[in-house]
Ligand binder design. Structure first.
Ligand code: SIN
Length: 303
Protein backbone atom coordinates (compact mmCIF):
# COMPACT_ATOMS: atom_id res chain seq x y z
CA UNK A 1 0.00 0.00 0.00
CA UNK A 2 1.29 3.48 -0.87
CA UNK A 3 0.04 6.80 0.44
CA UNK A 4 -0.88 9.06 -2.49
CA UNK A 5 -1.97 12.04 -0.40
CA UNK A 6 -0.55 15.47 -1.21
CA UNK A 7 -0.12 17.97 1.60
CA UNK A 8 -0.42 21.65 0.64
CA UNK A 9 -0.32 22.73 4.27
CA UNK A 10 -3.66 24.52 4.18
CA UNK A 11 -5.36 21.44 2.68
CA UNK A 12 -4.52 17.75 2.39
CA UNK A 13 -5.54 16.31 -0.98
CA UNK A 14 -6.23 12.62 -1.45
CA UNK A 15 -3.69 12.59 -4.26
CA UNK A 16 -1.53 15.10 -6.20
CA UNK A 17 -3.48 15.06 -9.50
CA UNK A 18 -5.35 18.31 -10.26
CA UNK A 19 -6.68 18.93 -13.79
CA UNK A 20 -5.64 22.45 -14.78
CA UNK A 21 -7.76 25.44 -15.64
CA UNK A 22 -8.91 25.56 -19.24
CA UNK A 23 -8.37 21.86 -19.88
CA UNK A 24 -11.17 20.46 -17.75
CA UNK A 25 -14.17 22.68 -18.48
CA UNK A 26 -16.17 23.09 -15.27
CA UNK A 27 -15.60 19.48 -14.20
CA UNK A 28 -19.09 18.25 -14.97
CA UNK A 29 -18.23 17.67 -18.65
CA UNK A 30 -15.82 14.93 -17.51
CA UNK A 31 -18.19 12.97 -15.26
CA UNK A 32 -19.16 10.66 -18.13
CA UNK A 33 -15.48 9.61 -18.38
CA UNK A 34 -14.77 8.97 -14.69
CA UNK A 35 -15.88 9.69 -11.15
CA UNK A 36 -14.61 13.18 -10.25
CA UNK A 37 -14.16 11.97 -6.66
CA UNK A 38 -10.91 10.21 -7.67
CA UNK A 39 -9.13 13.55 -8.22
CA UNK A 40 -7.02 15.47 -5.72
CA UNK A 41 -8.83 18.65 -6.78
CA UNK A 42 -9.74 20.33 -10.07
CA UNK A 43 -9.46 23.87 -11.41
CA UNK A 44 -12.29 25.44 -13.37
CA UNK A 45 -11.80 27.45 -16.57
CA UNK A 46 -10.72 31.01 -15.73
CA UNK A 47 -13.52 33.45 -15.01
CA UNK A 48 -14.09 37.19 -15.32
CA UNK A 49 -16.98 39.19 -13.84
CA UNK A 50 -18.90 39.34 -17.13
CA UNK A 51 -19.36 36.79 -19.94
CA UNK A 52 -16.57 36.84 -22.54
CA UNK A 53 -16.66 35.42 -26.04
CA UNK A 54 -12.88 34.89 -26.11
CA UNK A 55 -10.62 35.31 -29.12
CA UNK A 56 -11.72 35.07 -32.75
CA UNK A 57 -10.80 31.60 -34.17
CA UNK A 58 -8.52 29.88 -34.87
CA UNK A 59 -7.91 29.17 -31.21
CA UNK A 60 -6.03 25.88 -31.30
CA UNK A 61 -3.09 24.65 -33.36
CA UNK A 62 -1.30 21.34 -32.87
CA UNK A 63 2.49 21.29 -32.87
CA UNK A 64 4.96 18.44 -32.58
CA UNK A 65 4.41 17.16 -29.02
CA UNK A 66 2.36 20.18 -28.08
CA UNK A 67 -0.62 22.45 -28.51
CA UNK A 68 -0.79 26.18 -29.12
CA UNK A 69 -3.91 27.86 -27.77
CA UNK A 70 -5.31 31.33 -28.04
CA UNK A 71 -8.67 30.93 -26.33
CA UNK A 72 -8.69 34.37 -24.74
CA UNK A 73 -10.33 33.26 -21.51
CA UNK A 74 -13.82 32.78 -22.92
CA UNK A 75 -16.38 32.20 -20.19
CA UNK A 76 -19.94 32.67 -18.96
CA UNK A 77 -19.16 35.30 -16.30
CA UNK A 78 -19.13 35.02 -12.51
CA UNK A 79 -22.88 34.90 -11.92
CA UNK A 80 -23.37 31.90 -14.20
CA UNK A 81 -20.27 30.18 -12.79
CA UNK A 82 -21.80 30.35 -9.31
CA UNK A 83 -24.77 28.33 -10.65
CA UNK A 84 -22.44 25.85 -12.34
CA UNK A 85 -20.40 25.37 -9.15
CA UNK A 86 -23.53 24.70 -7.11
CA UNK A 87 -24.47 22.01 -9.66
CA UNK A 88 -20.94 20.53 -9.66
CA UNK A 89 -20.94 20.38 -5.86
CA UNK A 90 -23.89 18.01 -6.15
CA UNK A 91 -21.85 15.47 -8.13
CA UNK A 92 -18.49 15.44 -6.30
CA UNK A 93 -16.80 16.03 -2.95
CA UNK A 94 -13.46 16.80 -4.63
CA UNK A 95 -12.16 20.30 -3.79
CA UNK A 96 -13.03 22.83 -6.50
CA UNK A 97 -10.58 25.60 -7.39
CA UNK A 98 -11.78 28.79 -9.10
CA UNK A 99 -9.30 30.41 -11.52
CA UNK A 100 -9.79 34.16 -10.97
CA UNK A 101 -9.23 36.64 -13.83
CA UNK A 102 -9.60 40.39 -14.23
CA UNK A 103 -9.08 43.19 -16.72
CA UNK A 104 -7.64 45.24 -13.86
CA UNK A 105 -6.92 44.84 -10.14
CA UNK A 106 -10.43 45.95 -9.18
CA UNK A 107 -12.02 43.24 -11.31
CA UNK A 108 -9.64 40.59 -9.98
CA UNK A 109 -10.73 41.55 -6.47
CA UNK A 110 -14.42 41.63 -7.31
CA UNK A 111 -14.28 38.17 -8.90
CA UNK A 112 -12.15 36.76 -6.06
CA UNK A 113 -14.63 38.02 -3.46
CA UNK A 114 -17.62 36.48 -5.25
CA UNK A 115 -16.04 33.01 -5.07
CA UNK A 116 -14.42 33.56 -1.69
CA UNK A 117 -17.95 33.81 -0.32
CA UNK A 118 -19.04 30.50 -1.85
CA UNK A 119 -18.90 27.44 0.48
CA UNK A 120 -18.60 25.09 -2.50
CA UNK A 121 -15.22 26.59 -3.47
CA UNK A 122 -12.14 25.24 -1.66
CA UNK A 123 -9.41 27.49 -3.06
CA UNK A 124 -8.82 30.38 -5.43
CA UNK A 125 -6.17 30.38 -8.13
CA UNK A 126 -5.14 33.85 -9.26
CA UNK A 127 -4.60 33.80 -13.01
CA UNK A 128 -2.01 36.51 -13.56
CA UNK A 129 -0.32 34.62 -16.38
CA UNK A 130 -2.67 34.12 -19.34
CA UNK A 131 -0.63 34.77 -22.51
CA UNK A 132 -3.68 35.37 -24.72
CA UNK A 133 -5.51 38.46 -23.52
CA UNK A 134 -3.09 41.35 -23.94
CA UNK A 135 -0.94 42.42 -26.88
CA UNK A 136 2.37 40.55 -27.05
CA UNK A 137 1.21 38.10 -24.38
CA UNK A 138 1.72 40.62 -21.58
CA UNK A 139 0.32 39.69 -18.16
CA UNK A 140 0.67 40.86 -14.50
CA UNK A 141 2.96 37.90 -13.71
CA UNK A 142 5.68 39.53 -15.82
CA UNK A 143 6.02 42.37 -13.33
CA UNK A 144 7.16 41.67 -9.76
CA UNK A 145 5.65 44.87 -8.35
CA UNK A 146 2.28 44.28 -9.98
CA UNK A 147 2.31 40.67 -8.81
CA UNK A 148 3.04 41.80 -5.24
CA UNK A 149 0.37 44.53 -5.29
CA UNK A 150 -2.33 42.30 -6.74
CA UNK A 151 -1.66 39.27 -4.54
CA UNK A 152 -1.61 41.51 -1.44
CA UNK A 153 -4.90 43.14 -2.44
CA UNK A 154 -6.59 39.75 -2.87
CA UNK A 155 -5.10 38.28 0.31
CA UNK A 156 -6.17 41.28 2.39
CA UNK A 157 -9.76 40.98 1.20
CA UNK A 158 -10.40 37.22 1.01
CA UNK A 159 -10.09 34.26 3.37
CA UNK A 160 -9.77 31.19 1.16
CA UNK A 161 -6.33 29.76 0.32
CA UNK A 162 -4.84 31.58 -2.64
CA UNK A 163 -2.75 29.83 -5.29
CA UNK A 164 -0.93 32.22 -7.64
CA UNK A 165 -0.38 30.91 -11.18
CA UNK A 166 2.93 32.07 -12.66
CA UNK A 167 4.09 32.68 -16.21
CA UNK A 168 7.18 31.10 -17.77
CA UNK A 169 7.46 34.11 -20.09
CA UNK A 170 9.68 36.09 -17.75
CA UNK A 171 13.41 36.65 -17.32
CA UNK A 172 13.48 35.61 -13.66
CA UNK A 173 10.57 33.51 -12.43
CA UNK A 174 12.16 33.09 -8.98
CA UNK A 175 11.92 36.82 -8.25
CA UNK A 176 8.25 36.86 -9.32
CA UNK A 177 7.60 33.79 -7.15
CA UNK A 178 9.21 35.54 -4.18
CA UNK A 179 7.07 38.65 -4.78
CA UNK A 180 3.92 36.51 -4.74
CA UNK A 181 5.05 34.68 -1.62
CA UNK A 182 5.95 37.90 0.18
CA UNK A 183 2.52 39.32 -0.67
CA UNK A 184 0.87 36.35 1.02
CA UNK A 185 0.31 33.66 -1.64
CA UNK A 186 -0.51 30.35 0.05
CA UNK A 187 0.83 28.33 -2.90
CA UNK A 188 2.27 28.87 -6.36
CA UNK A 189 1.26 27.00 -9.51
CA UNK A 190 3.70 26.97 -12.41
CA UNK A 191 3.92 27.20 -15.28
CA UNK A 192 1.21 28.62 -17.50
CA UNK A 193 1.76 28.24 -21.28
CA UNK A 194 4.93 29.37 -23.07
CA UNK A 195 4.52 32.04 -25.73
CA UNK A 196 4.93 30.54 -29.18
CA UNK A 197 4.37 31.39 -32.83
CA UNK A 198 2.74 29.33 -35.58
CA UNK A 199 3.04 30.35 -39.22
CA UNK A 200 0.66 29.69 -42.11
CA UNK A 201 2.92 29.08 -45.11
CA UNK A 202 0.22 29.76 -47.70
CA UNK A 203 -0.85 33.13 -46.32
CA UNK A 204 2.64 33.88 -44.94
CA UNK A 205 0.85 35.16 -41.84
CA UNK A 206 0.73 33.99 -38.23
CA UNK A 207 -1.90 31.31 -37.59
CA UNK A 208 -3.27 33.32 -34.66
CA UNK A 209 -4.68 36.84 -34.80
CA UNK A 210 -2.78 37.67 -31.60
CA UNK A 211 0.39 36.52 -33.41
CA UNK A 212 1.63 34.66 -30.32
CA UNK A 213 -0.23 31.87 -28.53
CA UNK A 214 0.33 29.66 -25.49
CA UNK A 215 2.27 26.43 -25.96
CA UNK A 216 1.48 23.51 -23.66
CA UNK A 217 1.85 19.72 -23.74
CA UNK A 218 4.82 17.34 -23.55
CA UNK A 219 7.02 19.75 -25.56
CA UNK A 220 7.30 22.04 -22.52
CA UNK A 221 7.77 19.41 -19.80
CA UNK A 222 11.57 19.70 -19.39
CA UNK A 223 11.33 23.52 -19.41
CA UNK A 224 8.55 23.55 -16.82
CA UNK A 225 10.37 21.01 -14.67
CA UNK A 226 13.43 23.29 -14.62
CA UNK A 227 11.39 26.28 -13.44
CA UNK A 228 9.58 24.23 -10.79
CA UNK A 229 12.94 23.02 -9.51
CA UNK A 230 14.34 26.56 -9.41
CA UNK A 231 11.29 28.07 -7.67
CA UNK A 232 10.66 25.24 -5.19
CA UNK A 233 14.20 25.61 -3.82
CA UNK A 234 13.66 29.29 -3.05
CA UNK A 235 10.15 29.54 -1.63
CA UNK A 236 8.62 28.14 1.55
CA UNK A 237 5.07 27.88 0.22
CA UNK A 238 3.98 24.73 -1.66
CA UNK A 239 4.54 24.61 -5.41
CA UNK A 240 2.08 22.96 -7.79
CA UNK A 241 3.93 21.79 -10.90
CA UNK A 242 2.36 22.24 -14.35
CA UNK A 243 3.76 21.50 -17.79
CA UNK A 244 3.28 18.64 -20.20
CA UNK A 245 2.51 15.91 -17.69
CA UNK A 246 1.19 12.80 -19.44
CA UNK A 247 1.95 9.88 -17.11
CA UNK A 248 2.52 8.84 -13.51
CA UNK A 249 6.29 8.99 -13.94
CA UNK A 250 6.03 12.66 -14.97
CA UNK A 251 4.13 13.40 -11.76
CA UNK A 252 6.86 11.79 -9.65
CA UNK A 253 9.52 13.78 -11.56
CA UNK A 254 7.76 17.04 -10.64
CA UNK A 255 7.53 15.92 -6.99
CA UNK A 256 11.26 15.12 -6.99
CA UNK A 257 11.89 18.59 -8.43
CA UNK A 258 10.09 20.04 -5.41
CA UNK A 259 6.38 20.18 -6.28
CA UNK A 260 3.82 19.21 -3.63
CA UNK A 261 1.15 18.43 -6.25
CA UNK A 262 0.69 18.82 -10.00
CA UNK A 263 -1.81 20.10 -12.52
CA UNK A 264 -2.43 18.09 -15.67
CA UNK A 265 -3.40 20.08 -18.75
CA UNK A 266 -3.21 19.21 -22.42
CA UNK A 267 -3.37 15.47 -21.71
CA UNK A 268 -7.01 15.91 -20.57
CA UNK A 269 -7.89 17.21 -24.03
CA UNK A 270 -6.21 14.29 -25.80
CA UNK A 271 -7.42 11.63 -23.39
CA UNK A 272 -10.34 12.75 -21.21
CA UNK A 273 -9.90 9.85 -18.75
CA UNK A 274 -6.12 10.42 -18.43
CA UNK A 275 -6.46 11.11 -14.68
CA UNK A 276 -7.57 7.51 -14.07
CA UNK A 277 -4.53 6.12 -15.89
CA UNK A 278 -2.11 8.62 -14.36
CA UNK A 279 -3.29 7.85 -10.82
CA UNK A 280 -2.90 4.14 -11.45
CA UNK A 281 0.60 4.69 -12.85
CA UNK A 282 1.67 6.81 -9.88
CA UNK A 283 0.61 4.05 -7.51
CA UNK A 284 2.34 1.31 -9.53
CA UNK A 285 5.56 3.30 -9.89
CA UNK A 286 5.63 4.16 -6.20
CA UNK A 287 5.26 0.47 -5.38
CA UNK A 288 8.02 -0.48 -7.84
CA UNK A 289 10.35 2.23 -6.54
CA UNK A 290 9.41 1.49 -2.91
CA UNK A 291 8.20 5.02 -2.25
CA UNK A 292 5.75 4.96 0.65
CA UNK A 293 4.50 8.54 0.37
CA UNK A 294 5.15 11.66 -1.73
CA UNK A 295 6.75 13.64 1.08
CA UNK A 296 9.52 11.04 1.14
CA UNK A 297 10.72 12.17 -2.31
CA UNK A 298 9.52 15.78 -2.53
CA UNK A 299 12.46 18.00 -3.52
CA UNK A 300 14.83 15.06 -3.13
CA UNK A 301 16.38 15.39 -6.59
CA UNK A 302 19.98 14.26 -6.17
CA UNK A 303 22.27 16.91 -7.64
C1 SIN B 1 -6.80 31.17 -22.57
O1 SIN B 1 -8.00 31.12 -22.25
O2 SIN B 1 -6.42 31.86 -23.52
C2 SIN B 1 -5.76 30.38 -21.81
C3 SIN B 1 -5.94 30.49 -20.35
C4 SIN B 1 -4.69 30.75 -19.61
O3 SIN B 1 -3.60 30.61 -20.13
O4 SIN B 1 -4.75 31.13 -18.43
Amino acid sequence: MVDLSADLGFIKLKNPVIPASGTFGYGEEFQTFFDLDILGAFVLKGIYKNPRPGNIPPRLHETAAGLLNSIGLAGPGAEELVNIIKRVAGITHTPVVVNVCGEDDEEYLEVAQIFDALDEVAMLELNISCPNVRAGGKCPAQDGQHTYRLVKLIKQNTVKPLIVKLSPNVKDIVSIALSAEEAGADALSLVNAYLGLAVNLKSRAPVFRNVFAGLSGPAIKPLALKLVYEVARQVAVPVIGIGGITCGGDVLEFILAGASAVQTGTVNMVEPAASVRILHEIETQMQELQIKNLEEIRGELKI
